[in-house]
Design a protein. Structure first.
Length: 134
């Protein structure tokens, strides 16, 4: 005790908020997965994502810590009052995404992230995070 977490790999899975198929975001490996219309509150994300796509997802108080995103696309996603820290983003794309305040007025926080070859288009609230991008 305590039980050890079994890390799993998920390939080409589709997760949608409408069917209740919401993944466990802890220390798993997601490859070529699609995440659509998932709405979470306070989700803790500590996973590895490769070639995945997130579309129309709503992250309220999302906590992204030590997560890795490689060739991941974020389309029309909303991040409200979340924390994104110590993550690595490699050749990721953000399109029509919003990084905004939560209902208490707390902004999204970016801390110690690495951005390599990432692009953003028509997004709000993420400009400062890209200042030190490589």
């Amino acid at each position: 005790w305590p039980p050890t977490l079994k890390r799993m790999q998920f390939d080409s899975e589709t997760y949608t908020g409408t069917d209740g198929n919401v993944p466990d975001w802890s220390e798993h490996f997601y490859r070529y997965c699609t995440f659509h219309s998932i709405s979470t509150e306070g989700a803790m994300v500590h996973a590895f994502f490769f070639g995945c796509e997130f579309s129309e997802c709503n992250w309220y108080w999302g906590h992204f810590s030590v997560a890795v995103f490689v060739n991941v696309k974020f389309k029309a996603c909303k991040f409200q009052g979340g924390f994104i820290g110590n993550c690595k983003f490699v050749e990721c794309e953000f399109e029509d995404c919003i990084f905004t305040m939560d209902n208490l007025g707390a902004e999204c926080t970016f801390n110690e992230n690495r951005w390599f070859g990432c692009r953003q288009r028509n997004c709000t609230g993420i400009d400062d995070a890209f200042k030190n991008a490589l």
